[in-house]
Design a protein around this ligand. Structure first.
Ligand SMILES: C[S@@+](CC[C@H](N)C(=O)[O-])C[C@H]1O[C@@H](n2cnc3c(N)ncnc32)[C@H](O)[C@@H]1O
Length: 828
């Protein structure tokens, strides 16, 4: 490629556009020259008609511009192949250097009248492309040879701007440096005149290797650089404002844009906030929405094209998607995003004939026609203030259950709030899911039901209850014959003895009953015709809620259907709502029933508490083992024991014991007659009975004086028995006490008293138990028999001994006594 020397300027950074933006400044001698050539940038593609017609366009009048505004110029598409313009320019320069124009191609623009030149250019291009081998020949794509008139392109916005300005501007930014500088000076962007040295540097900087210009970022630091160019739009605006005023004061105002497509940001969807300015109900036409919405741009605060206040862009987090929702974390989808919808495969109601309009059936027709015409109603509501609604609660039409319309209401529809059916008709006309707003779904235990797919404000109409309008007679017949085996009835009283049978009817027939409903059904006369509709209750309806109303069911049959509404105030059955007096009576009865139940519960609780108290007082009788190595504990135990002894001496029991020992036994019957035994004693008495039976065999003269004690840890120390004396020594560890039994009656008594409390001994099982104890067996058996013998001699009998050694530790002196009884008795 031949270098075009210093005259070439590169203004774009991309390869393709770099080539297409080449201009030959050599041909431009001064500012006036630039006027002549105006926007004669070589075509960047075959379809870039803007370039082709540019020369002609500059001569058009403003009138033409105005006309042309009706037709938007087509923009060049980047996908279309472009000429190798550098090469073309090179050839043109070589072949006709003297006749080059600013495009550097032919010395004339492509739309020059000289047809031969045009043809030559076409063949040149063809040849050039073919020979380059870059791809298929583009000759087929070349503009067809046509009259110069036809080749004129429509002026673009830029053209119009230039025209309006009257002189050439730097609209396209594709001028030689001189032209650009001249243009800048014209725009008041004065550049300091560079000295020759600076010019040289600039020249060098402008030149890249191989004659291709590099795009340079020349910072202001250099001192000789022009001030930064204002944004293109600003330049355009200032140009137009300046130049239009001066040169074409009569020109009609032109809408000037930068020519760039404005990025339109989505206003709804996953990544945008929820309360959009757009009404989602109107979202059918994308275009409409776009118009409604303020145009936003990348910045968060961007003034829109309409010149309104900047609209802050919503920066909410996106909705959680995919994996996040699969996790076990509970997540509630915001109501205005949540869009429940029946799924594929969900059960659908069968045998349902949809009927979206009321249909008069049988004699109902006659009744309807014969019926006295309803009197007309008219309201006199005043125009509401800004924060009010027209035709509110005191609207005469509303009170009379009439819907307002243009005949009976003076307010315009937009200000009247009593036009529910009109609103419904407008909303459902489109028939889209959101507008309809409900769907039929299967419930757990109440058959099908109706779910809301959107929100409804309190009192808003949701849907009409339609079906066959029948007479009361027909209703009875259907109940008795047609529906006798049915579980569900869809009959609703309309008025004047007419009934709507929704068996064939609208979706409203599927609405279930609730004792705490979120909707209500009301009759409204629309243009004199009574119609039923379901309205949102006083709390409104949220997306996903099941719609319910109170059936206030008149149950003629004997059996009442159970209600599964689950409300806290559920009446239990699908029955009639009670009036105030009935409710009062019911409440009274309910109160009484509750009071009785509470009394009963209190009694039971008291009895239970008593039982527990007795249990607690009685105790378990087992205290468990206590370690007595600690001297302090030992001391404490001794002290406690002494206190107990003191207390017992003066106790009733001690007196009785003393009485017995002194030979005045109390019979069991007498004892019974006296003060009742404490529970522990009762238990002991039972045990004594057993003991007594044994004793009867062994020592019939014996009188029991000892009772059983729970096992205690006892160390047997020594048994000494002589003919006159029976001594056994043992040590009781809990409570800490050393016991020495003696043969004397006094000593035995004393021991007995001590043992009464502390020592556990076996009765009757001693030999058996001891038999397993090896050494203990002989020793203890012997001791026992000797002891008994000795006691006999001193007038005492002993039944039982220090036996019942622990099987695992049979050695004498270290055994643990299990439950055992030591009985002493006086020989008769
Ligand atoms: C007008 S239909 C409602 C739609 C009905 N669930 C269906 O599947 O066609 C009335 C019937 O629904 C059932 N139903 C409605 N609400 C109910 C409730 N709260 N508890 C039990 N059954 C109910 C009863 O069988 C009743 O006769």
């Amino acid at each position: 490629m031949t270098s075009v020397g210093t005259a070439l300027t590169r203004t774009s950074s991309t390869d393709s556009s770099a080539m297409s933006n080449i201009i030959v400044a050599r041909a431009v001698e001064d500012d006036s020259a630039s006027e002549g050539i105006s926007a004669s940038t070589p075509p960047t593609s075959l379809t870039d008609s803007g370039s082709l017609g540019s020369a002609k366009a500059t001569t058009d009048t403003l009138d033409t511009i105005h006309e042309e505004r009706l037709h938007r110029p087509k923009r060049a598409r980047s996908s279309v192949s472009t000429y190798n313009l550098a090469k073309l320019a090179e050839q043109q320069l070589d072949t006709a250097p003297g006749s080059r124009n600013v495009s550097g191609l032919t010395g004339k623009t492509l739309v020059d009248d000289d047809e031969d030149e045009y043809a030559a250019m076409g063949s040149k291009v063809d040849k050039d492309i073919d020979s380059s081998g870059d791809g298929p020949s583009k000759s087929a794509e070349l503009p067809q040879r046509r009259s110069p008139r036809k080749l004129q392109r429509r002026p673009t916005v830029k053209d119009r701007v230039k025209k309006a300005a009257g002189k050439v501007t730097s609209v396209l930014g594709k001028r030689g440096r001189d032209v650009v500088q001249a243009g800048k000076r014209k725009l008041g962007m004065h550049e300091a005149e560079a000295d020759p040295q600076t010019k040289k540097v600039l020249k060098e900087l402008d030149m890249g290797s191989k004659g291709i210009l590099d795009e340079m970022d020349l910072s202001d630091d250099a001192g000789y650089l022009p001030p930064p160019r204002p944004a293109k739009k600003a330049r355009l605006d200032s140009n137009v404002l300046q130049d239009t005023k001066q040169t074409v004061p009569t020109a009609p105002p032109l809408k000037i844009t930068s020519g760039k497509a404005v990025k339109k940001w989505q206003q709804e969807g996953l990544y945008v906030g929820q309360d959009t300015h757009a009404d989602p109900t109107q979202s059918g036409s994308r275009k409409k929405l776009q118009k409604k919405r303020p145009t936003s741009s990348a910045s968060d605060l961007t003034p829109d094209n309409t010149g309104e206040e900047p609209t802050p862009r919503k920066t909410f987090m996106p909705l959680p998607m995919f994996k996040y929702l699969d996790s076990t974390r509970n997540f509630t989808i915001p109501f205005d995003i949540y869009a429940p919808s029946a799924r594929k495969g969900d059960e659908k109601p069968k045998d349902w004939h949809k009927l979206n309009r009321n249909r008069l059936v049988g004699e109902a027709k006659e009744l309807w026609e014969k019926a006295e015409k309803l009197p007309n109603s008219a309201c006199v509501c005043r125009t509401p203030s800004e924060d009010e609604q027209g035709c509110g609660d005191d609207c005469l039409n509303r009170v009379m259950q009439y819907e307002c319309n243009d005949d009976n209401c003076k307010l315009p529809a937009s200000l009247c709030s009593n036009r529910a059916f009109a609103e419904l008709a407008a909303r459902t006309k489109k028939g889209r899911a959101f507008d309809v707003g409900v769907e039929v779904v299967k419930t757990g235990n109440r058959g099908f039901g109706v779910r809301s797919c959107r929100t409804f404000v309190p009192g808003q109409i949701i849907m009409e209850y339609t079906g066959e309008i029948i007479s009361e007679g027909e209703c009875q017949r259907r109940m008795a014959e047609d529906y006798k085996d049915k579980q569900c009835y869809y009959l609703m009283e309309l008025e004047r003895g007419l009934i709507i049978d929704g068996t064939k009817g609208s979706v409203a027939r599927f609405i279930n009953h609730s004792c705490s409903p979120n909707c209500e059904v009301r009759m409204v006369k629309v243009s004199g015709t009574p119609r039923m509709a379901v309205f949102a209750g006083e709390d409104g309806v949220m997306t996903g809620d099941e719609l319910t109303y109170d059936y206030n069911f008149d149950n003629f049959g004997a059996t009442k259907q159970l209600c599964y509404c689950g409300a806290s105030n559920c009446r239990g059955t699908l029955s009639k709502r009670l009036n105030a007096a009935e409710q009062k009576k019911l409440a009274r009865e309910e109160g009484e029933r509750r009071r009785k139940a509470a009394e009963e519960a209190r009694k039971i609780a008291e009895a239970e508490a008593k039982k527990n108290l007795v249990k607690k007082e009685r105790g378990s009788g087992w205290r468990g083992w206590v370690a007595v190595d600690d001297p302090e504990t030992k001391e404490k135990l001794k002290r406690e024991k002494k206190e107990r002894e003191e207390a017992q001496k003066s106790s009733e029991r001690a007196r009785r014991l003393a009485a017995r020992m002194s030979g005045t036994p109390m019979s069991a019957s007498k004892r019974k007659a006296s003060a009742p035994l404490p529970i522990a004693e009762k238990k002991d008495a039972k045990r004594r009975k057993t003991v007594h039976a044994l004793e009867t065999v062994a020592a019939p003269m014996h009188e029991e004086i000892e009772v059983a004690q729970p096992a205690r840890k006892v160390s047997h120390i020594r048994t000494v028995s002589t003919s006159s004396k029976f001594t056994e020594e043992f040590h009781l560890h809990e409570p800490e006490v050393s016991v020495s039994t003696t043969t004397t009656a006094e000593e035995v008594r004393e021991e007995t008293r001590l043992l009464d409390e502390n020592v556990a001994m076996t009765n009757g099982t001693e030999e058996k138990e001891a038999g397993r104890g090896g050494e203990a067996k002989s020793g203890l058996s012997r001791t026992a028999s000797k002891g008994k013998e000795a006691l006999k001699q001193v007038g005492l009998a002993v039944k039982g001994s220090l036996l019942g050694l622990d099987r695992n530790r049979p050695a004498l002196g270290s055994g643990k006594f299990r439950q055992s009884t030591l009985s002493f008795g006086k020989l008769g």
